[in-house]
Design a protein around this ligand. Structure first.
Ligand SMILES: CC(C)(COP(=O)(O)OP(=O)(O)OC[C@H]1O[C@@H](n2cnc3c(N)ncnc32)[C@H](O)[C@@H]1OP(=O)(O)O)[C@@H](O)C(=O)NCCC(=O)NCCS
Length: 191
């Protein structure tokens, strides 16, 4: 048959420190285009100064991933066993603690899809991978701090909203993020 081109599949792998420049570009394109209807451009630029960015602690821990589709960097995202809720290396609000499996929820962190690859199910695929790894590491719940666009996606994946609140950004601006959580495993019978 002619004229039929199947959609390219996405190949996921652990991110490396060599990916940081490409990831920084991907995060900026994703935020500028896909968060455009939810936030003012000035909020987006201020968030890109730190609140949204690459957290190399996750890359070093092997829990941050990239997905390549049709030869392009199409998505990044990961999970974390550290207490930092969001933000790249440049973010001032970082914390240093470690989460305890079975007690604390694992964090889902920094999912960004390139606009050319949005709504092809890539974030869903990567979230499934991250949740499975967090569960295998002993975490029974996952929690995240979502953008407004992110909240629509995570709600479709079973996360419930806990709180919406403003976070401070450089230049005296602020931005609303939404804390969300879901169980990764059904509780044992009788528990
Ligand atoms: C949020 C984001 C990661 C979703 O990525 P994606 O690969 O397009 O998501 P999926 O294709 O897996 O979407 C799965 C489902 O989530 C929901 N969803 C995803 N994006 C949505 C949107 N913009 N509006 C409404 N629902 C949305 C839909 O139910 C969708 O299923 P459908 O396409 O069959 O209707 C992407 O839009 C993005 O990178 N946004 C900008 C950066 C950002 O805000 N990241 C989140 C940080 S917390």
């Amino acid at each position: 048959m002619t004229g039929v081109h199947p959609e390219p599949t996405c190949v996921f792998r652990a991110a490396t420190l060599g990916d940081v420049a490409g990831l920084t570009e991907l995060i900026a394109s994703s935020a500028r285009e896909l968060c455009n209807g939810d936030y003012h451009p000035a909020q987006i630029e201020a968030a890109l100064q730190g609140a949204w960015g690459v957290d190399t602690q996750l890359i070093r821990d092997g829990t941050y991933f990239v997905g390549q589709r049709g030869g392009h960097l199409a998505i990044c995202g990961g999970w974390s066993r550290f207490t930092t809720e969001f933000g790249g290396d440049a973010f001032a609000g970082r914390r240093t603690g470690t989460l305890q499996p079975g007690v604390d929820p694992a964090k889902i962190r920094a999912f960004f899809v390139h606009p050319d690859h949005a709504r092809f199910g890539l974030a869903s695929q990567l979230l499934t991978l991250c949740e499975a790894q967090a569960l295998a590491a002993g975490f029974t719940h996952a929690e995240l701090v979502a953008t407004i666009a992110g909240a629509r996606f995570y709600a479709s994946r079973g996360y419930r909203m806990l709180e919406r609140r403003p976070y401070a950004l450089p230049g005296g601006l602020s931005i609303d993020f939404i804390t969300m959580r879901r169980a990764l495993a059904a509780p044992a019978q009788g528990a």
